[in-house]
Design a protein around this ligand. Structure first.
Ligand SMILES: *Cc1c(COP(=O)(O)O)cnc(C)c1O
Length: 360
């Protein structure tokens, strides 16, 4: 039976990528070794990491003002690494739109002042606070947003601007490379790889080179400085070679799909189809405010917790895996990142209709 995997992360990857990786796992090109067995400084791996970086530059249309680096520790380590390098006794502003934003803010407090400039916590993170309501700190060290809220199922449909001179930083773990945006207005963008970029174990970080110069080198350990990664091409020590290799394959695939412009059209069509169905039903509801609904993580509920559990179990048996909502919020969630084909959405809606008929 064909399984569609709706996991939030680690999430499904394109089938062609998985097949290629399977082939090269045991024998990479003419090396006589598997891709994971090859030296990160050898002649086989070097072109892999170079192509991975070039793909990021191409897909995000980056100028030379930006560095592209691969860092272990996932997005969560960036929660600490950002203030450790960039706060320097200043105040960072956070827009609190969910669990991940508040975790990022909590880590920043270890290194200085973190101001919650706006929050939707009181309404269970069901929306993105309007830009006009943000209480920003004049001259903040940076402004941090979470572009897509993986757990609450909300997303900035328009990415905000920071005040002049304040670097805008975004955790894009769950929507990076899913839609076009102007990277030029950011100081730093980061994303754990396991949602839209490849397997878990690393973060992609895009940072304005001039920002990396802010780090106090007397206080920040070598491995936690952005400049170390920039200066050494992400190879100060042994990088996560398998993650970088897989990301290279995923980004090659993305370019074949017509780049981000191409995948964005498909993503919009997928999300619209699923939300239209949910809105047309009196059985399923969506807790996220309509204007801010995520096109990557579609959060929904049946009329009761018991039916939610039944839905998740029966969907699994029908070949639709990992539809359980995050443990903190319950309900159901369909994560529909770049690799989820439209066929998966069609199969899910088909099942949702049958489940509604049988249980309403
Ligand atoms: C998954 C996720 C994280 C955590 O990523 P790790 O790589 O596990 O640290 C952080 N932020 C967002 C928005 C996420 O979706």
């Amino acid at each position: 039976m064909k399984i569609y995997n709706f996991a939030a992360g680690p999430a499904m990857m394109p089938e062609s990528v998985m097949k290629k990786a399977q082939q090269e796992f045991c024998a990479y090109q003419d090396s006589g070794s598997g891709i994971m067995e090859l030296s990160h400084r050898g002649k086989y791996f070097k072109p892999v990491i170079e192509a991975a970086e070039a793909n990021v530059r191409k897909l995000l249309n980056l100028s030379d003002d930006f560095a592209v680096i691969f860092v272990q520790g996932g997005a969560s380590m960036q929660f600490a690494m950002i203030p450790m390098n960039l706060l320097n006794g200043g105040t960072a502003d956070f827009i609190d739109t969910g669990v991940w934003s508040s975790k990022a803010c909590k880590e920043a407090k270890l290194f200085g002042a973190a101001n919650v400039a706006a929050s939707s916590k009181e309404t269970k993170y069901d929306h993105i606070p309007a830009r006009g309501e943000w209480k920003l700190t004049p001259g903040a060290a940076y402004l941090h947003i979470t572009s897509n809220n993986t757990i609450a199922g909300t997303q900035y449909h328009e990415l905000p601007d920071a005040p002049a001179g304040v670097p805008l930083i975004a955790d894009m773990s769950s929507d990076i490379m899913s839609r076009q945006f102007d990277a030029g207005k950011f100081g730093l963008i980061y994303a754990g790889a396991q949602k839209n970029l490849g397997p878990s174990g690393m973060a992609l970080v895009v940072i304005r080179k001039e920002l990396a110069a802010r780090t106090n080198v007397e206080k920040v350990p070598t491995m936690l400085r952005y400049a170390t990664y920039i200066d050494e091409g992400s190879m100060f020590n042994t990088p996560p070679t398998f993650g970088i290799y897989m990301f290279k394959l995923v980004s090659d695939w993305l370019i074949e799909q017509g780049g981000i412009a191409g995948i964005e059209q498909i993503n919009n069509a997928k999300a619209a189809k699923l939300y239209d169905f949910i809105d047309s039903s009196s059985f399923y509801t969506c807790p996220a405010a309509k204007a801010d609904r995520s096109r990557m993580n579609v959060v929904f509920r049946t009329p009761s917790d018991e039916l939610d559990a039944k839905f998740v179990a029966e969907a699994r048996a029908a070949g639709l895996a990992e539809l359980k909502g995050h443990r903190l919020v319950g309900g159901c969630r369909a994560s529909i990142y770049n690799a989820m084909p439209m066929e998966g959405i069609v199969a899910l809606i088909d099942f949702m209709k049958k489940f509604e008929m049988a249980n309403r």
